[in-house]
Ligand binder design. Sequence first.
Ligand code: ADP
Ligand code: MG
Ligand code: MG
Length: 875
Amino acid sequence: KKYVYFFANGKAEGRADMKDILGGKGANLAEMTNLGIPVPPGFTISAEVCKYYYDHGRTYPEELKEQVEEAMRRLEEVTGKKFGDPNNPLLVSVRSGAAISMPGMMDTVLNLGLNDETVKGLAKLTNNERFAYDAYRRFLQMFGDVVLKIPHEKFEKALEELKKEKGVKLDTELDAEDLKKLVERYKQIYKEEGKEFPQDPWKQLWLAIDAVFGSWMNERAIKYRQIHGIKEGDLLGTAVNIVAMVFGNMGEDSGTGVAFTRDPNTGEKKPYGEFLPNAQGEDVVAGIRTPLKLEELKNRMPEVYNQLLEIMDKLEKHYRDMQDIEFTVERGKLYILQTRNGKRTSQAAIRIAVDMVHEGLITKEEAILRVRPEDVEQVLHPVFDPKEKAQAKVIAKGLPASPGAATGKVVFNAKKAEELGKAGEQVILVRPETSPEDVGGMAAAQGILTSRGGMTSHAAVVARGMGKPAVVGAESIEVHPEEGYFKVGDVVVKEGEWISIDGTTGEVLLGKVTTIKPQGLEGPVAELLQWADEIRRLGVRTNADIPRDAEVARKFGAEGIGLCRTEHMFFEKDRIPKVRRMILAKTKEEREKALDELLPLQKEDFKGLFRVMKGLPVTIRLIDPPLHEFLPQEDEQIKEVAEQMGVSFEELKNVVENLKELNPMLGHRGCRLTITYPEIAVMQTKAIIGAAIELKKEEGIDVIPEIMIPLVGHVNELRYLKKIIKETADALIKEAGVELTYKIGTMIEVPRAAVTAHQIAEEAEFFSFGTNDLTQMTFGFSRDDVGKFLPEYLEKGILEHDPFKTLDYDGVGELVRMGKEKGRSTRPDLKVGVCGEHGGDPRSILFFDKIGLDYVSCSPYRVPVARLAAAQAAL
Ligand code: ADP
Ligand code: MG
Ligand code: MG
């Protein structure tokens, strides 16, 4: 079996598409060779050997020895040098490289083949003793470190001491005699460590090969694969590349560097990189000397620079992606030692993809597939200044509930946050958890931090809706709002002190860290999303309750409102007393009176939304939460509110007690409320239909309201309410004498509704899957308590994803698929969407597209993400 693939002089046995066995580095070295790019000759030992090595107790297949020896003979032939020959020694590097790039995780040895004899030959041959001993000391250090596991600090210390003795700062200032001394000291270190340095180059070679294969299972590499979700079995292992050495440390006309074909930070189309004269590979990374900007190379070696640019251009056109290139110059001659697709920021990823379409390098479809949905989201949110962030102390980590960076003074009370916010102060609202009464404070704050709650907790959902950074469920934080401080370990942060939160990573940082503004939906990202719109099948709507959110969502490309939560309107300052009066009403008449006062206010809300959406569909959900959420819970507040309302403390307290439920999530809420109090549904219908009529009459705007009834589990619930709503609506329309179409539909969020969807569709004119509640009820996981056990489920691999974030395909997803099928079997033109958090999650969107839903609806700031994800799903 063939295990070794040779490359030299414009001809290689491997190719770029052989990454599985040659690794990324090896496959690209072969490809570049075939392209006629100057790559030093060498060969690659297949990653299949790595697999064999671990399957067979760290031994090699029988054929390997002969194949490696044969390849070395060929290498000697093409270089005209001989391995171990004191008069003309061949030196090689031994380099790792798996199919997926794992930068810096595995090992590389340079200058292999040097020993006490060959170093002299190298000195004579190059007429450069300093260079030869510089190479030798580097080899002793790398071999000692990588192969024999001698702590590298020992070598570094010896080098430092020598420089001190000589009174110099840079290692380039050491002369040949110094380096000879250093070589002796290094050998001494081997002795002290009880290790033997093999003088025999063949022994060196096999030990180095062992070390590279061995590094596949070192702790760093295993950890890296874990973090990046690379599973055992995804890859065969690492390949080993043995490459003839070229020397960047032969003087000022030599050097080594790294170049990107485009700026990896901004994406700008211009070469970017660094160059270090008179140096070998690892020096650039080690940061001992400050490298020069790539442009400097233009002044020092213009021909080399031009050749490099030509090669970069050729490579980019060939690979059709931005390349990250490692190169070395040996006495004015350029060699390319590696190329790969470069890592880049979100901003750069978008710009590069769009630019490459304009340059005719890739298609729009490819551009869409190349940008990750997270990239789109990332460019819409502020980020920390990287330099300041690196210096700030991370004191806690919570869930990354709403992306973006924020900094401000700590405030523990929503009212205070509002006051300070109005006064122009930057604040971070810190709470154990938030409730609807905190919404004003949340809006005024730069960001929100809570110590409890999950990804769909109130704080998380509301913050995402506002596009406000939030970290929730930071369990290590103890929040003491009354006492005015929070505590993590022994760090105490008092009200008024600065903290910073990163809602993209979940980090909480001490002090003020400057944030940098996002670029918004202009330029390349806008163009990319326009292409996405041409390609996607799935509609994208937004969840929005107020005109401002709706406006943001429109700017981000929302095609309607998929969910307007009407109860949010009830929490406004001027409304909540009226809502409370309605709750306290003892008779239907009293209740209707209170509702009558709410009606005009709610009608104005809807007019505002309809106006912004200019004829696009708007789905409005009737009141959903249990009534106790509108009442104070603590005696202190009950007293206060009772006073305001002119009722006795006892009376209000009594109502509060009566509304208490053991499990409010499964209690008196959703359609159950409006079945008990139909007059609420009547009022809301009047407000919705009335708003549509007035807009049509006054402003000529056509509206198609969609009235949505939550939490239906039985068709009779819907049937009962639909009749009342229809009568109310039709009477209003008739009275106004206008033509107006509206729809009455339901949320499918109770499992029974999905199972009986064919019956429900007899009444429902549209479905919207409320996947938050549906997930909660399908798993039987209370979404507010899930933080107690879900992390463990994920850690132990019981669940692969948080089902509240990423749709559970097999269970909840199956209910969605079935519900849609059954619904359409009754009503073929039934419009079916999703309005849960999953509507903005790319992996879930893929599923919703596949099963043929009509649209997803998500918070305004996720609309662009959903547009891209929907296009990717369609490709
Ligand atoms: P990594 O995967 O960690 O980047 P590499 O195998 O690419 O490791 O090696 C690191 C550096 O060592 C290269 O960027 C290059 O500068 C240098 N290097 C590797 N092989 C050679 C060689 N044959 N001649 C000169 N320098 C080399
Ligand atoms: Mg490299
Ligand atoms: Mg619900």
